[in-house]
Every structure is written in C-alpha cells, then in structure tokens.
Design a protein around this ligand. Structure first.
Ligand code: F6P
Length: 341
C-alpha cells in the first residue's frame, strides 16, 4: 500500500512528531510505502513529492515546523483542481492520503473525500479551534511560550508602572488568550467570542494601578471592541502592495494610554508562538494522532479525522467538523473574570 502525507495551513510545533509517528508505525507494522507531498495541498495539486521513509524521519521529533513544508493552497479554488489532484494521486500510485492541518486543510480533505479521494485527517493548530477534538497539538506549546512572555512582562511593567498589552494569536477564537492569560496572571483577557467594552477594560486597568501594580492586558488578535473593529493604519505595504493594518493590540494600548493618562506599551507575540520545539504534551498528542491515523488507513476507514476526547483517541467524520469552529464557552470565560481588574 502506498500512502501520501501532507501538512497544510499555518505550521505549528508537533507536525514533525506526527509525520515521524505515521511513518514509523506504517512502515514497521504494516509495510506501507510513504510519499511526502510538499507544501500542503500544493503537493498533490502540482505533483510535488519528497521521499518519506524511516531514515527521513530520524531526529525530527523535537523539531518545530514541518519537514514537508506547508502552504494555504486550496485545490478547490483552482479550476480543475480536484481532477489534477486525482490524476497526480493515480500517476503516483497513491492509495490513500493523510492530511495534517487546521480548519481549511481539513475542509478541503472533507470535500475531496466527498469527491472520491481516500483521505484521513489529523487536526493541528496552535489556535485549538478545530471542532470535534478536545485539543490540537501546537496549542500547549503556544500557551507555554505566551505564559513565559507574560511572566517576563509583569516585571518590566512593574518597574515602569505601565500597562502592557500582550497581543496573542487567535483570529476567530480566544483559547490561547484565555489559557495563557490565566496562567500568566493577566488582569484582563479579551477574546473574539465576546466583544469587549473599552471603558470596562480601562476600569480594570485603573483598579490595578490603584493597588500599585501594573496591569497586563492579554488580547487575542481577533478580539473586537463593542461597536465594531477599529481600523488602524500604518503606512507600510505588505508583499502584495496592500496597506498593512496594525493589530488590535496597538489600538488598545493607544486607547488605554489616552483614557487612563498612563503609559501603555504593546507586545505582539506573533509567529514566535508557532516556532521552535514542541512541548512534551504536544509531542505525546501528535505521536498518538499519527498512530491512530495509520490505524484508520489500514482499516479503510476514510473520510475521518482522528480526535482526542478525554484520554481516548477516536475517529470523527470529517464532514461533521468541516467548516465549524470550536469556540470558547462564555460560561468558562465568566468563571475566571474574578481575576480581572
Ligand atoms: O491559524 C493559525 C494562525 O497562527 C493564526 O493564529 C494566525 O492568525 C494565522 O495563523 C497567521 O497566519 P500567517 O502565518 O499566514 O500570517
């Protein structure tokens, strides 16, 4: 049996751990012949492959990124994309695909399965927002990185009695902000699921200053104030000639400074959250996902995504999770708001 493996979407720590686990299990227990596809769905679309055998996965367990490369290419938005993918799989003698990715990559996997491609999905994202699984690998590493950053920012904020606004990743959901904000003892946590009231945030900031501590505000990049997202421009252009919009963190720090009349600074943690070595938990989860993905392929159980539910790894239909996001439960957010201010 010949199986193709690809990693799509934004990278995250733990991708290499899955690739290693898939190859080790598949070769050792089932004599599967693997082919790596380069750069996510671009690989099967354009027929770009890399050798993938046991020597190729040696030493990659602790390495961040992905040895296969990644992209956000979507064959469904390319004319004739599905036919090209199918033709390349046939030409290469591929019996099945293991697609490791977030909501976009898995959405493509679900649709290609509907169109006859034999595929098994493995969920990944630092954002932890893939529906149908309790956790995705990459999330724990990102939360640890952010918690360490927040710990460090407390001491510099205290020395200067300033507000520090920490912008973390999370376009659609606030899992990273919530978990790292609580672990780091933030005084306000702002998430995309619940638009915030800037006056209330400034109230929390003021009350922190009153007890002679400096406030730390953790904001997810997709959070918005009530009344809509402010458009904050800077003058630089991105690689495609579009004007870059600076993030919510900059807007928030300017607003807090203006309203409280006390200095505020922003730290945007950005891609540092996606780089580097995965945490022990993420290596464990990624390894188990890899083993179970091979199990699904061997069983011929296609159109499924491996998922963790409590301590068990299970299979859920890709069609049930595609296009859905797992958002933060407002009840859980309210549980912790006792720490704000
Ligand atoms: O989906 C993962 C993620 O890291 C988001 O948190 C973030 O908004 C986005 O990817 C950034 O994407 P890119 O690396 O393409 O700028």
């Amino acid at each position: 049996m010949r199986v193709g493996v690809l990693t799509g979407g934004g990278d995250c720590p733990g991708l290499n751990a899955v690739i290693r686990s898939v190859v080790r299990k598949g070769v050792q227990d089932h004599s599967i012949d693997f082919i790596g596809f380069k750069d996510g769905w671009r690989g099967p679309l354009e027929g770009l492959t890399v050798p993938l055998d046991v020597p190729a996965v040696r030493g990659i367990l602790p390495r961040g990124g992905t040895v296969l490369g990644s992209s956000r290419t979507n064959p469904l938005s390319v004319e004739g994309g599905t036919e090209r993918v199918r033709a390349n799989l046939e030409r290469l003698g591929i019996d099945a695909l293991i697609a490791i990715g977030g909501e976009d990559t898995l959405g493509v996997a679900a649709e290609l399965y509907r169109r006859g491609v034999r595929v098994v999905g493995v969920p990944k994202t630092i954002d932890n927002d893939v529906d149908g699984t309790d956790y995705t690998f990459g999330f724990d590493t990102a939360v640890n990185i952010d918690t360490e950053a927040i710990d460090r920012l407390h001491t510099t904020a205290e020395s200067h009695m300033r507000t520090l606004v920490v912008e973390v990743m999370g376009r659609h959901t606030g899992w990273i902000a919530l978990h790292s904000g609580i672990a780091g003892g933030a005084n306000a946590i702002l998430i995309p699921e619940l638009p915030f009231d800037i006056e209330e945030v400034c109230g929390w900031v003021e009350s922190r200053f009153r007890i002679k501590y400096a406030p730390i505000v953790v904001v997810a990049e997709g959070a918005t104030p009530k009344g809509g997202r402010p458009v904050v421009k800077d003058e630089s252009l991105d690689a495609f000639g579009h004007i870059r919009l600076s993030g919510i963190g900059d807007w928030l720090a300017a607003e807090i400074e203006h309203r409280t009349r006390k200095e505020a600074r922003t730290v945007v943690l950005g891609h540092i959250q996606r780089g580097g070595t995965p945490s022990a938990y993420d290596r464990w989860l990624a390894t188990r996902f890899g083993l179970h993905a091979v199990g699904a392929v061997v069983d011929g159980d296609f159109g499924k995504m491996v998922a963790v539910h409590g301590r068990r790894i299970e299979r859920v239909p890709l069609a049930d999770v595609a296009g859905k996001l797992k958002t933060v439960d407002p009840e859980v957010y309210r549980e912790v708001d006792v720490f704000f201010g």
